[in-house]
Design a protein around this ligand. Structure first.
Ligand code: FES
Length: 105
């Protein structure tokens, strides 16, 4: 870890059940934490298409569907799966440290 990088603790692993998502506000970011089959993924919470909150969307395996206009993103890569979304959502590599889900920014 470089000296400039900062590790943020988002939540405990037990806070996000498999197939679920949790909204976390930290360090000026609003993030969505997903549990896909026991692996954790972090994206920006806000849909790139509008005001939808991805942590409040519908999760199906590794795809999240925005509850606003039903656009879909791949949770692992952030890539658009289904319109009307056009722009990928930002993802943050997640690491579990001592039972906490963390990202480096
Ligand atoms: S705000 Fe998410 S699909 Fe439109």
């Amino acid at each position: 870890m470089s000296a400039a990088a900062k590790r943020l603790e988002l939540c405990n692993t037990g806070d996000v059940a498999p197939g679920a998502a949790l909204k976390v506000e930290i360090g000026g970011l609003t993030l969505a934490v997903f549990n896909v089959g026991g692996k954790f993924y972090v994206t920006d919470d806000q849909c790139t298409h509008g005001p939808g909150s991805l942590s409040e969307g519908y999760v199906d395996d590794d795809v999240v569907e925005c509850n606003f206009h039903n656009g879909q993103f791949n949770i692992r890569s952030g890539e658009v799966v289904s319109p009307p979304c056009m722009v990928p959502v930002r993802t943050y590599p997640a690491t579990v440290v001592d039972g906490k889900i963390t990202i480096e920014i």
